[in-house]
Design a protein around this ligand. Structure first.
Ligand SMILES: CC(=O)SCCNC(=O)CCNC(=O)[C@H](O)C(C)(C)COP(=O)(O)OP(=O)(O)OC[C@H]1O[C@@H](n2cnc3c(N)ncnc32)[C@H](O)[C@@H]1OP(=O)(O)O
Ligand SMILES: N[C@@H](CCO)C(=O)O
Length: 390
């Protein structure tokens, strides 16, 4: 009965949208040094904010998007300056619109929410499609390798610019959860509450294999040209295949079958020996093609690279400085991208270091992407922990 009431509240607040929002840009006024020691002459971070920062800047929440998301987390943003060519209808409504707004999980009546596009991505932050000041041409393949720390560090500069020295909370799902934990453990004094969702402390062997397959899929596209492709002729087939490889780990098999309409939109032969024979093939092909229209291959490879090499280092030492933090950690029981065992390992590590953790496994039929699609499963708990006083 009680959970029924909660669900009704979330559904009714979900109708209250934050409304029109605009992309903002932060530009660092000096070169940005990457973890590798290499320097980016210019650093630009695209971001959005929702709600108002209070007088003592104590109500800020930093939200990390996942692998292919963007800074556009809530409301309606019809365009992103400079990258219109990668901006599709799918992206107009923020990817966490159901979680952010008045009365929602990240309640903008109380909190100031910041979401920034990853360094290296393709939605407005400096990345492979940006102009290289040294050559006057787009970086493309010349864009350097980046690490998870580089993404986090770039966002710390943004927080400094916004005069936010301590976050009320940092939150993220999937790869975004890894970045949230990285920030929380490497900069413990800047974070009070940590909310990682469906994530892990290091890349698993299965993820490494899946990611490697995707990297090879892009590399093998003849249009890839070792990364020196023309943006007018990008390696769409490789990117589409990469998305198909990944998508089956983001969506449960049962839900994939349900999502695929009983229709095969293209009966094209592959070579002269195989025609699409099942709606799920048609659906997967469509998902791949749709993704190839909205993402840049070099950006995808940079983000894959940082995921492949992700590992939270020196945890025993780092957690010693995190005793003041509290965690709300979520597993999704049908997740085959970040299996619940990975979050259980996080819980054990936190408990071993005396860090306060609330651990919840939500039941979903949808798989890993549940955290993007089912606000009613997460929102009441997020609201509860965010409203806790220090
Ligand atoms: C820049 C941005 O922020 S992009 C938007 C934000 N995105 C992110 O943050 C990434 C995370 N988001 C996602 O991965 C996705 O949006 C999800 C998983 C949450 C939802 O995926 P969707 O593609 O919207 O939904 P779903 O998986 O049900 O697929 C529906 C599509 O498949 C098509 N489809 C269904 N069955 C078939 C079939 N048999 N054959 C061909 N196409 C089919 C539908 O027509 C529909 O097409 P449309 O997207 O053009 O309307
Ligand atoms: N499907 C989401 C989550 C993956 O972790 C994305 O593409 O970003």
């Amino acid at each position: 009965m009680l959970s029924h009431v909660v669900i009704i509240q979330v559904e009714s607040s979900a109708r209250v949208s934050i409304g029109p929002v605009q992309t903002q840009f932060f530009e660092l006024d000096s070169p940005f040094t990457l973890e590798s020691g290499e320097q980016l002459e210019q650093l630009r971070i695209a971001y959005e904010t929702y709600g108002e920062l209070n007088a003592d800047a104590s109500n800020a929440i930093l939200l990390f998007h996942a692998l292919t998301g963007s800074h556009h987390a809530a409301g309606f943003n019809p365009e992103v300056n400079g990258v219109e060519d990668l901006w599709t209808d799918e992206c107009h409504v923020g990817w966490w619109d159901q979680f952010i707004g008045p009365g929602k999980a990240l309640d903008t009546n109380q909190f100031f929410v910041v979401c920034a596009n990853y360094l290296g991505s393709c939605y407005g932050s400096t990345g492979p499609i940006s102009m290289n000041p040294a050559t006057g041409k787009r970086y493309g393949n010349a864009f350097p390798r980046i690490t998870a720390w580089d993404v986090v560090n770039s966002q710390l500069y943004l927080l400094n610019h916004l005069r936010i020295h301590q976050l009320h909370a940092v939150i993220g799902g999937s790869l975004g959860g890894m970045l949230a934990m990285l920030l929380a453990t490497f900069c413990p004094n800047r974070v009070r509450t940590v909310i990682p969702i469906a994530t892990g402390m290091q890349t698993t062997i299965l993820q490494k294999i899946m990611n490697f397959e995707q990297i090879i899929a892009i590399r093998n596209d003849r249009d890839f040209k070792e990364g020196d492709y023309d943006l007018d002729q990008p390696p769409k087939q490789g990117l589409a295949l990469a998305r198909m490889i990944a998508h089956k780990t983001f969506v449960s098999l049962a839900d994939l079958e349900r999502r695929a309409r009983q229709e095969i939109t293209s009966h094209n032969l592959i070579g002269n020996f195989y025609a699409l024979s099942h709606p799920v093939e048609s659906y997967m092909q469509y998902q791949g093609d749709k993704f190839a229209e909205r993402f840049d291959a070099n950006s995808y490879l940079r983000i894959m690279d940082l995921w492949q090499n992700f590992r939270l280092q020196d945890l025993p030492t780092r957690f010693q400085d995190c005793a003041h933090q509290r965690y709300l950690l979520f597993s999704i029981d049908s997740d085959v991208c970040f299996y619940p065992e990975e979050q259980q390992a996080i819980v054990e590590e936190l408990k071993a270091h005396g860090i306060d953790v609330t651990y919840l496994t939500v039941h979903s039929e949808l798989g890993h992407d549940s955290f993007l699609l089912e606000p009613e499963l997460f929102s009441p708990y997020i609201q509860f922990i965010l409203s806790g006083t220090d």
